[in-house]
Design a protein around this ligand. Structure first.
Ligand SMILES: CCCC(=O)SCCNC(=O)CCNC(=O)[C@H](O)C(C)(C)COP(=O)(O)OP(=O)(O)OC[C@H]1O[C@@H](n2cnc3c(N)ncnc32)[C@H](O)[C@@H]1OP(=O)(O)O
Length: 309
């Protein structure tokens, strides 16, 4: 049962760690030392570029809020924020009571990508690749959490910020917000796993258009191409109106309402279907099914003779 998912000798072994029941979960590293991935060394390098933070609020409701917090730089990711993000993902991997996650930016904007000051300082290809592996690992683990996650996009999500939105299960765009993969304008392509995930979300044709044209995706276009799953209307005039975070939590509730083991199981079977070849996905589905069949929520539903009208 102690399987994990390093890419060894160009062979991808089964990424099952996060699909296991919580007690058997092991943290996954996407890359190993054979690919030049030394997480501690990269952490130390990244910490040399401080500023801002990534903050985690775990709530009794089972829904956590992860905030990218560097408003002086439009929530750009400094090096220390990348380390913060990875640590917060680790905490969420061990959150046995969790069901949902809202990912947002501070001060009404999402994230303007990597901090260009840090980018200039680590512009060698070797350092760039190390940062890329570190962020791919953190964001892959973010998407693989057994929580249903939504990116709440206010203001701008640019470059790596756009990539971060794709590491969530859903994207909610506030009125006036923009998601833009500006990489081409920076002489880059996505490196935090954003291209691979974008293809899964919108298909290769739309992904080519969005990346190749560095298209500004507003909420209407987001819904049209399938990048956005909903739009939040601004409601500043109504006294006591709910905040965008509350609106996002309300939106998410349809997927997070119910017992923790069932919600986590739903995410796990979908993840298996998304990431594994069919036979392995079916096997994983069987494993997860075994954790809910005859479990308290199932027995309770049977006893109450519930009807689905
Ligand atoms: C694999 C990852 C690839 C990447 O993420 S590459 C980075 C992609 N992102 C960018 O190129 C964003 C560059 N920034 C911009 O386009 C604009 O600043 C932006 C976000 C549209 C906001 O424009 P405005 O509303 O006019 O505000 P502004 O330009 O005065 O910005 C306010 C302060 O924030 C700073 N800022 C914004 N984005 C940053 C970034 N990514 N890295 C470092 N600093 C950044 C900006 O320099 C300004 O600071 P200051 O007030 O001049 O000290």
């Amino acid at each position: 049962a102690g399987s994990f998912c390093c890419w060894n000798n160009n062979r991808v072994s089964i990424p099952v760690f996060n699909l296991l029941p919580t007690s058997g979960r092991r943290r996954c590293c996407l890359y190993s030392s054979t690919q030049g991935f030394n997480q501690e060394e990269i952490r130390q390098k990244l910490r040399a570029f401080p500023g801002g933070s990534v903050d985690l609020l775990k709530q009794d409701s089972g829904v956590a809020v992860l905030t990218v917090n560097n408003p002086a730089r439009m929530n750009a990711f400094s090096g220390s924020m990348m380390v913060d993000l990875e640590e917060k993902v680790s905490q969420l991997e061990n959150w046995t009571e969790g069901k949902g996650l809202v990912v947002r930016g501070a001060a009404e904007t999402f994230c303007s990508g990597s901090d260009l000051n840090a980018v200039r300082a680590i512009s060698s290809p070797q350092d760039g690749m190390k940062m890329c592996m570190f962020m791919q690992d953190a964001l892959t683990r973010l998407l693989r959490l057994p929580l249903v996650s939504v990116a709440l996009v206010e203001g701008r999500a640019l470059g790596g910020g756009a990539e971060l939105t794709t590491a969530c299960d859903f994207r909610l765009m506030a009125t006036g917000s923009v998601i833009q993969f500006v990489h081409k304008h920076m002489g880059l392509v996505p490196g935090w796993g954003g291209a691979a995930r974008l293809v899964h979300i919108v298909g290769s044709q739309n992904a080519l258009k969005l990346l190749g044209g560095a298209v500004k995706v507003d909420p209407e276009r987001g819904l049209d191409v399938g990048l956005a799953d909903g739009v939040l209307e601004a409601d500043e005039d109504t006294p006591g109106a709910s905040t965008p975070v509350q609106q996002a939590e309300d939106w998410l509730r349809r997927y997070t309402e119910g017992p923790v083991p069932v919600i986590q199981a739903v995410k796990k079977v979908v993840l298996a279907g998304r990431e594994l070849p069919l036979l392995e996905a079916l096997r994983m589905e069987k494993e997860v099914f075994g954790t809910v069949w005859g479990a308290p929520a199932n027995l309770q539903a049977l006893a109450s003779k519930s009807k689905h009208k």
